[in-house]
Each structure stands twice: as C-alpha cells, then as structure tokens.
Design a protein around this ligand. Structure first.
Ligand code: NAD
Ligand code: AHE
Ligand code: ZN
Length: 369
C-alpha cells in the first residue's frame, strides 16, 4: 500500500515528504495507522548523524499513537481496531531481560531494531523499489507502519491519540525515571538539567512523589515558566553564574541534592549533574543521549564518596504491561500531557516541528496525519 511519510534520506538534511510503499505485516507483525506523532530530540539526534545506530534512508519517528489496521499470522494479543502506542522498548515477557525483574529492556527484537530492520532482517518500507530502513522499531513518521507485536501497547479506546502519543516517549520517560529508576522519596531535593519535554516530565514526576525542592536548570530562561507550572521551586540559568554550575547547586542546597537528572545529552552537564549530588547518598540519573564518540568522566573519588551514577531508558517502564496504566492515569487527571503540547500541525509541516525544537521554541509539536 501507499503511505504518506517523511523520510530521512541523509544525515543533516530536512526530511522529504513522499508517498512510500509499505508491505503488509508478516508473521508476528502488525500494520498500524498512525493518527498522531510528535518529534522528540532523539529523532533530531539521529537525523543529525550523531547516532551510531543511525542508518539512512530511513523512516524516523518513535513518539506516536494509532490504530491497528491488520495483523500478520500468529498475532494473538492484538486485533484490527485496537488503539496502540508503539514501543521502542519492546516487552516480549519471555526473554532473559523480561524475566529478570530488574529491567524494562527486552532482548526480543533489539538487535535487528538497531539495524533499522524487522526481526526477520528485512524492511517493510520502500521508495521507487529501493528499501527504506525502519527506526527504533517504530517509524511513526509514516502514516502506515509495521511493528513487531511485542512492540505495541494496547491502550484504552477512550483516550485521545493526539495526546497520548506523548506517552510513547517523553512524558513516560521523565516520570518513569523519577519513580522507577531513581525511586525519589518524599521530601527530597531534586535538580533537573534541561527543561524540554523530558526535563519537564521529570519535574512532574518529582512533584507526584512529593519532592520538597525541585531545582530547574536551563540555559534558555523561556523554559522556566512551564517548569514552575509543573512544580519546580527554584530556577537556575548557568549563564548567570561564573562558578561551575555544580558548585552553584551545592551552595544552594547545603552540600548537594539527593537526586539529579540530566535531560540534555551533554556529557559535560552529565558530570555537573553527578557532582552536584550530596556526598554519601546523592544519585544522578542520565536520561540524555550523547553522540557517537562522546564519553563521560569524573574523579572516581566522586563515586568513592557515595555519589551514584545511573541511566534510564524509557523511564524503566515496561510498555505492554505498564503503559496502559499511564493512559488511565492521564484520563483520571493524575498525569498531565496536554501542557507539553505547545504546537499542533498537519503532518506535512514536520520540518517546521524540527526547527521549533532546535530553536528552543517548542516543547512538543503534535503532527496530525
Ligand atoms: P529538548 O531539546 O526539548 O530539551 C533539551 C533542553 O536542554 C532545552 O530546553 C535546552 O535549552 C536545554 N539545554 C541545552 N544545553 C544545556 C546546558 N548546557 N545546560 C542546561 N540546559 C541546556 O529535548 P528533549 O526532547 O526533552 O530530550 C532531552 C534529551 O533526552 C535528549 O538527549 C534526548 O535524546 C533524550 N531522551 C532520552 C530518553 C531515554 O529513554 N533515555 C528518552 C527521550 C529522550
Ligand atoms: N542508538 C542510540 C541509542 C540512543 C538511546 O540511548 N536511546 C534511548 C531512547 S531515546 C528515546 O528518545 C534508549 O532507550 N536506549 C536503550 C536502547 O535499547 O536503545 C545510540 O546512541 O546508540
Ligand atoms: Zn524520544
């Protein structure tokens, strides 16, 4: 079938809007009509060419929601008409990772996913007879996309797809990192570096678990008002200080914070985020994604004296079993999503959505097919 899509032909180039060919689902696969998708910084990161797993030409996009259009042989858990959120972190429920009880990472499809391929090693997308690669197992920048069954969470049909698409990455990642990865305790002091959708969702999560003090840090002061609305109590622009930002935070907090979150993808800020943690117990969570060849560093003494470095993927959330609950909590008013959506546009304006993100003018732009 034909499908409207925005394809990444080469690193650093705007997406091309074209009608691509999409093959039907094979065994264990599902064809989904994406109703709405947003643009996450990770899409921009891969498009920039900095992603070691970035392959071109590809159909990017991983923050979407849609409706099952067809199922391949052997698919038992989903049916035509089901409402779904694509998962870049699958949940097969059977692999070593899924059975460990220690992680939300899943081994079922990750190897082929990282090569831009379906689990059988082929692609369902093509243009003029030439194959196009998949992306993160989701490829939501095509109206019709094919995913493994294990990469789809079935959610309530009552929920608006053009809002809950943000649970496919940004909102879930931030809230989950607070609850599942850091396990922030009530009364804690929290520092959040970077106030895009991820950082704001961390702030929302910190408020949900009753953190006492939430310090919002960004070089773009336009982000502070929304951070305040999500629950931040203190605001710091590193550009206003000559001292290293970790020293500024340590001085503000009687020796450092209980938890910090890096939501930018900058390895220097990752170091600051660790070093602003309190001696003896402070924990820093890396959420931001850094480019190929980048490495983190600190004095080992920082760890010897009790600070902890962790990372978080999709907020530690197991998509198929836990994402439907996030949708319910949104519907009950316990989780805010609408407030992240600064722009709504037709899908064909997708390159404008990337521009707004780069210019720091949007949090999330929802694109409608
Ligand atoms: P974004 O571009 O919307 O937000 C980043 C924010 O960081 C911006 O507000 C920007 O002004 C700020 N910033 C940039 N440099 C800074 C600095 N030196 N000091 C302070 N603030 C600075 O991006 P986003 O969509 O919120 O994504 C944030 C990061 O999280 C990206 O690296 C993305 O790839 C990553 N991410 C990771 C996961 C995961 O599961 N680990 C999930 C989603 C996104
Ligand atoms: N291909 C990238 C991986 C980047 C990365 O860390 N991705 C995050 C999700 S970002 C969503 O916006 C993640 O969940 N990673 C775990 C995984 O299995 O990919 C690179 O840098 O190599
Ligand atoms: Zn993302």
């Amino acid at each position: 079938m034909k499908s409207r899509a925005a394809i990444a032909l080469a690193p650093g180039k705007p997406l091309e809007l074209v009608d691509i060919d999409v093959e039907g689902p094979k065994a264990g696969e599902v064809l989904v009509r994406i109703v709405a998708t947003s643009v996450c910084h990770t899409d921009a990161y891969t498009l920039s060419g900095a992603d070691p797993e970035g392959v071109f030409p590809a159909v990017l996009g991983h923050e979407g929601a849609g409706i099952v259009e067809a199922v391949g042989p052997g698919v038992t858990s989903l049916a035509v008409g089901d409402h779904v959120i694509p998962l870049y972190t699958a949940e097969c429920g059977k692999c070593k990772f899924c059975l460990s009880g220690k992680t939300n990472l899943c081994g079922a499809v990750r190897a082929t996913q990282g090569k831009g391929l379906m689990p059988d090693g082929t692609t369902r997308f093509s243009l003029d007879g030439k194959p196009l690669y998949h992306y993160m197992g989701t490829s939501t920048f095509s109206e019709y996309t094919v995913l493994p069954e294990v990469s789809l969470a079935r959610v309530s049909k009552e929920a608006p797809l053009d809002k809950i698409c943000l649970l496919g990455c940004g909102v879930t990642t931030g809230i989950g990192a607070v609850i599942n990865t850091a396990k922030v305790t009530p009364g804690s002091t929290v520092a959040v570096f970077g106030l895009g959708a991820i950082g704001l969702a961390v702030i929302q999560g910190a408020q949900m678990v009753k953190a006492a003090r939430i310090i919002a840090i960004d070089v773009n002061p336009d982000k502070f008002e929304l951070a305040r609305q999500f629950g931040a109590t203190d605001f710091v622009n590193p550009k206003d200080h000559s001292a290293p930002i970790q020293q500024v935070i340590v001085d503000m907090t009687d020796g450092g914070v209980d938890y910090s979150f890096e939501c930018i993808g900058n390895v220097n800020v990752m170091r600051s985020a660790l070093e602003c943690c309190h001696k003896g117990w402070g924990e820093s969570i890396i959420i931001g994604v850094a480019g190929a060849g980048q490495e983190i560093s600190t004095r080992p003494f920082q760890l010897v004296t009790g600070r902890v470095w962790r990372g978080s993927a999709f907020g530690g959330v197991k998509g198929r079993s836990q994402l439907p609950g996030y949708v319910e909590r949104y519907m009950n008013g316990e989780i805010k999503i609408d407030e992240f959506i600064t722009h709504d546009m037709p899908f064909d304006q997708i390159n404008q959505a990337f521009d707004l993100l780069h210019e720091g003018k949007s949090i999330r732009t929802v694109l409608h097919y």
